[in-house]
Design a protein around this ligand. Structure first.
Ligand code: SF4
Length: 465
């Protein structure tokens, strides 16, 4: 039996897809890159924003149109959980829905569909809602690709952000047991991970549901202490500003394996907009956090994201955001144009910002950030950096390029280090690179050594040229 799995959306979905794959493979299913060859088609959907929802529906429709008799089509993940009825109405050839907290029952669902045990009420097979078993025990993960792996530490979110749909379908925060996370970290490192990226809706709220708020420092220490030195970077994504504690900053600075990098989505820089967003709005506290992080780790790379065009955002409030961005000088910055998500408090707010104004504000924000990012990158020129190789590419002149990332770049969302003239190194290798040039998003470098760490030199699979 074969399956074809398509993953939409964010890294948290990718982690669930890894688990789905391993469970299917444990039940003797094999992966195929071609939908037409598969017995089971699964789309792990994204339902975060309207655009992402339509993209997931589009993929399901395409698979549904080409679906053969006896092929099974499952919609899994956020959109299935959030808008299951709509998925079925718009893609009638979907056979089953698998919710965000029940992906670990994928084999049971597939067997039910194939065995014809339909849910009569819905005429579909559905596994939504809370599972009866505990959340996310240590599900096996597939081999690590390119030396980097995401590690999900919790699911759901307790924050009340007025624009966000996630709590409505992911539910409240549920933390995975510390031991299960550490065991998975050890297994991932043994499987070739040089970098582990901690993800969750809010990583910094880890443990609150277990009666132990601010448990993230303890988790970080446990991972750092119990993995061997093949782990080079433990990276933290999705920090909530109100939850970045002094003990977290202290452990980030102390633990050698911690990447000096923090992704802290702030969403806005003006207190009035932040209040309407139901987000922490004391800007003094945010400045204080940034100062503490930079004092403890002068080489830290800080990433954030903002929403522009939130309902009621006046030109003055937007200017407040620009002033904040100019003062805070983030290394990396992403921005979204506000999108009203049905069912959220923000969708009912008055004073919608016209689309052309959102567009113009988005462009002004990105334009402001570009020289800041460039300056931050230029400060790296002449330094030596460890670079995790992701793959190869070609320059615009057709010359070979090695593509990698430094600790300053998270996978998929940040920039790259480009190493011209090199192609003979396998993805997953860690190289020492001298930085020779800088652009707004990417750095240019030259290889100094084949491997940074001699103990692993033989195991990385360098390809002979
Ligand atoms: S912290 Fe993030 S996931 Fe949680 S409600 Fe706010 S935006 Fe949504």
């Amino acid at each position: 039996m074969k399956y074809h799995l398509i993953t939409m959306g964010c890294p948290k979905n990718k982690v669930d897809s890894d688990g789905i794959e391993m469970l299917l493979q444990g039940a003797d299913y094999r992966s195929t890159a071609h939908a037409k060859d598969a017995d089971v088609l699964i789309v792990n959907t994204c339902g975060f924003l309207e655009a992402a929802k339509e993209e997931s529906i589009g993929v399901l429709k395409e698979l549904g149109r080409a679906k053969r008799k006896n092929q099974v089509l499952i919609a899994a993940g956020c959109l299935a959980q959030r808008n299951g009825d709509e998925v079925i109405a718009r893609v009638p050839r979907v056979d089953g829905l698998l919710g965000t907290r029940r992906w670990m029952e994928v084999v049971e669902l597939v067997n039910s569909v194939r065995g014809g045990k339909a849910n009569r009420a819905l005429q579909r097979y559905t596994l939504l809602g809370d599972p009866e078993v505990g959340f996310a025990s240590a599900t096996p993960r597939p081999p690590v690709a390119a030396g980097s792996a995401y590690l999900k530490i919790s699911d759901g979110c307790n924050a009340p952000c007025a624009f966000c749909t996630i709590p409505s379908f992911k539910g409240k925060l549920r933390s995975r047991p510390l031991e299960a996370i550490v065991d998975e970290a050890i297994a991932l490192v043994e499987g070739g991970a040089r970098e582990l990226v901690l993800v969750a809706q809010d990583t910094t709220d880890y443990g609150r549901d277990m009666g132990a708020p601010d448990s993230l420092p303890q988790l970080i220490s446990a991972i750092c202490n119990r993995t061997d030195d093949r782990l080079q970077w433990l990276r933290l994504m999705y920090a909530y500003p109100g939850h970045v504690s002094d003990s977290l900053i202290e452990v980030m600075a102390r633990e050698r394996k911690m990447a000096h990098y923090l992704d802290m989505p702030l969403q806005h820089g003006d207190a009035r907009t932040l209040r309407r967003m139901h987000r922490p709005s004391r800007m003094e506290t945010v400045y204080d956090h940034l100062a503490k992080l930079r004092a403890a780790m002068p080489d830290i790379a800080l990433r954030t994201t903002f929403i522009v065009g939130y309902p009621g955002e006046t030109e003055e409030e937007f200017q407040g955001l620009l002033d904040f961005v100019a003062a805070a000088e983030f290394d990396r910055l992403g921005a979204f144009r506000f999108s009203a998500e049905p069912g959220t408090p923000a969708a009912t707010l008055p004073d919608a910002v016209p689309e052309d104004v959102k567009e113009e504000r988005w462009a002004r924000l990105m334009e402001l950030q570009q020289p800041i990012s460039l300056r931050k990158n230029q400060a790296q020129v002449h330094s030596l950096m460890d670079v995790l190789v992701e793959g190869t590419g070609e320059s615009t002149r057709g010359e070979p390029l090695l593509l990698g990332r430094s600790y300053r770049d998270a996978p998929e969302v940040d920039g790259l280090v480009l190493i011209p003239g090199v192609r003979d190194v396998a993805a997953g290798a860690m190289l020492q690179v001298r930085i020779t040039g800088a652009m707004e998003y990417d750095l240019i470098g030259e290889r100094m050594e084949i491997e940074t760490f001699s103990s692993t030199r033989a195991s990385i699979g360098l390809m002979e040229s």
